[in-house]
Write a protein that binds this ligand. Sequence first.
Ligand SMILES: Nc1nc2c(c(=O)[nH]1)N[C@H]1C(S)=C(S)[C@@H](COP(=O)(O)OP(=O)(O)OC[C@H]3O[C@@H](n4cnc5c(N)ncnc54)[C@H](O)[C@@H]3O)O[C@H]1N2
Ligand code: MOO
Length: 390
Amino acid sequence: MISVDEARALVLGLARAPETEDIPLHDALGRALAAPAVARLTQPPFDASAMDGYALRSAELPGPLQVIGTAAAGVPYQSETPPGSAIRIFTGAPVPAAYDRVVMQEIVTRKGDEITVSDAGENLNIRLQGNDFKAGDEFQPKRPLRPSDLALIAAMNVARVTVARRPRVAILAGGDELVLPGADPAPGQIVSSNDIAIAAMAREAGADPFILPLARDTQESLRDRFAESEGADLIVTIGGASVGDHDLIAKVAADLGMERAFYKLAMRPGRPLMAGRMGSSAMLGLPGNPVSAIVCAKLFMQPLIRVMQGLPAGPEPALAVLSRDLPAEGNRRHYLRARLMAADGLPRIDPFADQDSARLWLLAQADALLIRPANDPARRAGEQVEFLPL
Ligand SMILES: Nc1nc2c(c(=O)[nH]1)N[C@H]1C(S)=C(S)[C@@H](COP(=O)(O)OP(=O)(O)OC[C@H]3O[C@@H](n4cnc5c(N)ncnc54)[C@H](O)[C@@H]3O)O[C@H]1N2
Ligand code: MOO
C-alpha cells in the first residue's frame, strides 16, 4: 500500500501538457485560459462621470453656474467650457477636461439654465481613465473562467480566447449486477449510479466525459469497452478493482498493456484504487462502492483533470473544529463523511457515526470530508481538524 500523497503525485504525473484551442469568448465559461487575455484598450477609456448630475469646477462651488450643454454616455460634450459654466452630465459620459468634479443632481437647485449646489461633499464622482485596467494588461486567472471574468475579457475588447482543450474522459462502469436507471432490475441486480456521478464530476472539473455502455463481468466485454475508449485522454473504470473472482479490471488492463503506477493505497474509503497509463491515455481505476468511487474521484480524478488543463490540482483542505470525540485511526488516511455547522470563527464539523462506503443517502447529507491522517491518535471535541468541502 502506498500513501495518499504518493498516489496523488503519481496520478498527477500522468497528465500531459494541455493542448490548446481558440474559442469565442461567449463559449469560455468554465474553461482554463492557456494564454493570457491582453487588454486591447484602457478602461475607462476617458475620465467618466459616475453620477447623473452636473460637471463643474470645484473652485467655483457653490455657484451660481451657467448650464451650457449636455454630455451623455456615448455622446461627449465637445464645445467651450468658459469660467462660471457647468454641463448637464449623465453616468458614463466623458467629463470635459476643464471640469474636475461631478455633483449629483439631487443636491443641485436649477432655475432655468442656472444652478447652485447645496453641499458638494468630498466625492468627485469621476472614474479616472484607466482606473480599472490599461491597454496591454494581461489577465490569466489560475482557475476556470467565471461569468465575471468573461465580462472583464469582453471589456478588454477581446472576442476570442485561447483555452486548454477539455480532456476527453471515457467512463467505463461494469458488473453483471448493473442495469441502467429506469430499467427493471432482475433479482440480484442494482441500478448503476457511479457512472453518472463520475461523469458529472469529470464535467464539473472541466472535462468532456462520455459514458460507455455497461460492461459485463467478462474479459471480452471489458476488452470491447477499452477499445471503445480509444482516443480518450483519460479512461476511468469503476468497480472490478478488488480481489474478487469477478474483479477483472486489473487483469484486462494489464493484458492491454497498462503500465500500472500503483494499485492499493492507504486510504479509507478507496483502498483498491489503481492508476497508470494505457497507450496514449491515462487510466484511473476507481473502486466500485459508490461512496468510495466518488471520494476517490474527488481526490484523484478531478485534480488530474484540472492539471490536464494547466490548472492547480486542488482541492485545498480547510480547518474546522471537531464537534465530538473520535477514536484513534488505523494505518490508512480516513476521509469521513461529515456535516459542517456555522460557528463564530471556524465552522464546527460533525462526522457521521456510520461511514459505510455504499450509502449514497448519507453522502447526500454530508457537506464535507473530515480528513484523519493515518495513525492519528484519538481526538477530543474542540480540537482543530482538516476537511474538504463537498
Ligand atoms: N476480500 C476483500 N474484499 C473486498 C476488499 C478487499 O480488500 N478484500 N475491498 C473492499 C473495498 S474497500 C471495496 S471499495 C470494494 C471495491 O471493490 P471493486 O472495486 O472490485 O468493486 P465491485 O466489487 O465491482 O463493486 C463493489 C460494490 O459496488 C457496487 N457497484 C459497482 N459498480 C457500481 C455502479 N456503477 N453503480 C452502483 N454500484 C456499483 C457493486 O454492486 C458492489 O456492491 O471491494 C470490497 N471487497
Ligand atoms: O473503498 Mo472501500 O469502500 O475502502 O470500503
